[in-house]
Write a protein that binds this ligand. Structure first.
Ligand code: HEC
Length: 289
């Protein structure tokens, strides 16, 4: 890998070819490079290559590898070198050029407890440079970031470059409910085999539109804060079609085989509770037929 990188560093055309050949596997390449110690840090061409690798990693729509890359910076902050700095600069450049609001990560890349990792100058600088561009469940601006992401996703749908249903689920819900719907500790209960997903369509649509307030029983088990977030935020900003496609996905993925939900159903349910401001309690949800 190191040899390949050095070779590609020699000319921008070679770099372009390497990056486009990697398509989607940039993060894997970065980790391999990191293991090989033979790279000179200071080579100019190599720095360009690292910029491009970071940019390509950030441009992947699901944000999974972006999360890995940022976590990598945090872990590397105690032994920061020029190659790390070049990757961070690439990410910085990507965000300044492309950001349409914070990117959603599944969890905070920064240590929760400041004692977990010394907040050295490198870590402080990483935090300072990246925090305007990222958010995660539990983060102060997560609700706004989610809304922005949803708007962007709506826009993408309009542009007819529809991502698959799975991708839409991954982007909007998986940060809290996990992929494949297994639920995440400190975030949200499972969707896999959950009655709320498989039973009443109206209830499911209502949860998605207006959110829900803990506690709630799922699969006979009680979920409440602080084991999960105290509330699922309303997602009524999502358009009917997108919501229908996500809800259909969770009713049919992971071994589920229930009937789909179409956008007219979402529109009907939305109209019936237009103006509602607060998330549902479990009791209210159960009274929906
Ligand atoms: C910010 C985190 C978050 C996001 C994003 C989120 N949820 Fe939730 N969701 C929760 C929490 C927390 C609960 C539990 C609420 C309660 O206790 O009543 C929940 C509950 C649910 C439930 C009922 C309980 C269960 O697990 O079956 C369903 C169904 C559900 N969410 C679907 C979705 C769908 C579909 C999406 C995406 C369109 C989504 N959620 C996005 C946090 C989230």
């Amino acid at each position: 890998m190191a040899e390949l990188a050095l070779e590609a560093s020699k000319h921008w055309l070679l770099r372009e070819a390497l990056i486009s050949g990697l398509e989607g596997s940039e993060w894997g390449f970065i980790t391999q490079l990191n293991e090989s110690k033979e790279l000179p840090n200071s080579l100019k061409g190599l720095q360009h290559l690292l910029h491009s690798l970071a940019e390509a990693t950030a441009s992947q729509s699901d944000g999974v590898d972006l999360g890995h890359l940022i976590k990598y910076f945090v872990d590397r902050s105690t032994s920061w070198n020029d190659a790390d700095a070049a990757l961070l600069a690439g990410l910085d450049r990507y965000f300044h050029a492309h950001s349409r609001g914070p990117r959603l990560l599944t969890q905070s890349p920064f240590p929760n407890n400041k004692a977990d990792l010394p907040w050295n100058p490198a870590l402080q600088s990483i935090h300072h440079r990246l925090s305007p561009w990222i958010s995660w469940p539990g983060h102060a601006n997560y609700a706004t970031a989610l809304e922005k992401a949803a708007r962007t996703r709506n826009k993408l749908m309009e542009d007819a470059s529809i991502a698959s249903h799975a991708e839409a689920y991954q982007m909007v819900c998986a940060g809290c409910h996990g992929f494949p719907g297994e639920g995440l500790k400190n975030q949200a209960p499972p969707l896999h085999k959950a009655d709320w997903v498989l039973d009443s369509k109206d209830r499911l649509i209502q949860i998605a539109l207006h959110g829900a307030h803990s506690p709630i029983y799922v699969g006979g088990q009680l979920y409440q804060s602080p084991d999960i977030l105290s509330e699922m935020p309303p997602l009524s900003v999502l358009e009917n079609e997108l919501l229908a496609s996500i809800l259909t996905y969770i009713r049919q993925a992971w071994g589920h085989a229930f009937d789909p939900i179409d956008s007219n159903e979402v529109a009907r349910v939305r109209a019936a509770t237009a103006g509602r401001q607060t998330p549902w309690t479990e009791k209210e949800l159960l009274s929906i037929p």
